[in-house]
Design a protein around this ligand. Sequence first.
Ligand SMILES: NC(=O)c1ccc[n+]([C@@H]2O[C@H](COP(=O)([O-])OP(=O)(O)OC[C@H]3O[C@@H](n4cnc5c(N)ncnc54)[C@H](O)[C@@H]3O)[C@@H](O)[C@H]2O)c1
Length: 253
Amino acid sequence: MLLRNKVGVILGVANAHSIAWGCALHTHKEGAELILSYLNDKIRPRVAPLAESISADFMELDVTDDESFKVFFKFIKKKYGKIDFLIHSIAFANKEYLRGKYVNTSREGFSLALNISTFSLVEAAKYAPDIMSDGGSIIAMTYMGSEKVVGSYNVMGVAKAALEASVRYLAKDLGEHNIRVNAISAGPINTLAARGIGGFSKVLDIVKEKAPLKRNISIDEVGKTACFLASDYASGITGEVLHVDAGFNIIGV
Ligand SMILES: NC(=O)c1ccc[n+]([C@@H]2O[C@H](COP(=O)([O-])OP(=O)(O)OC[C@H]3O[C@@H](n4cnc5c(N)ncnc54)[C@H](O)[C@@H]3O)[C@@H](O)[C@H]2O)c1
């Protein structure tokens, strides 16, 4: 088992379709002990049975609230002492900005999207040197809309570009603590967050037609890659963005 005797935190489980849940299932299968985060009381009833099915702890975390961060990591430090990996699988933008033209994004819509989807990784990383006292691995979830224009992805593409740049800067800052920081650039998957993006089902069809593997990917495939990046097999990899997208990103004309 790749992650035997390792403790991991996975941020952003909403339901059984969440990428975070794919990561939870596979890291658990590889022997990790887990703490899962969920947004609020509304989501808790869906997350509780999932967490219980893999004997994981679960706790509320609203990444827009500094106090929520403090309470979350204080609980983990007290109960577990240290952790070995953290998977960040959180993003949000108001639906009105995930359709139409990017140029129409408001200051408020821009700030909210980057606050929740990007700054939250930076804030989580601040706790890493203390809580990953033996070194560790931080993994964030991104999407190709950061590199190329993907219709309707708009402000989230910009948030993901900033997230990927943050991965590189955090990798530089945390390297001296033997903490690696990487991102998985996942292909489109039908999740709660993805359903908010205008024309999303068309994107799934295009990937199926054009990707080298002629199909879309699953949360299991992201979860398995997360196991690799969290494990000692990836000990020399940091600041990297690894595409798990059936090869779609390599296709030009
Ligand atoms: N689904 C895709 O096609 C796809 C592709 C590439 C990358 N991603 C990324 O994967 C990650 C997970 O998304 P998903 O597709 O599994 O959808 P999801 O809806 O299952 O997960 C998004 C999570 O973000 C959480 N969240 C939103 N606002 C929050 C806040 N203020 N505080 C704490 N948590 C908050 C939600 O509660 C949810 O658990 C995101 O970063 C997303 O951008 C998704």
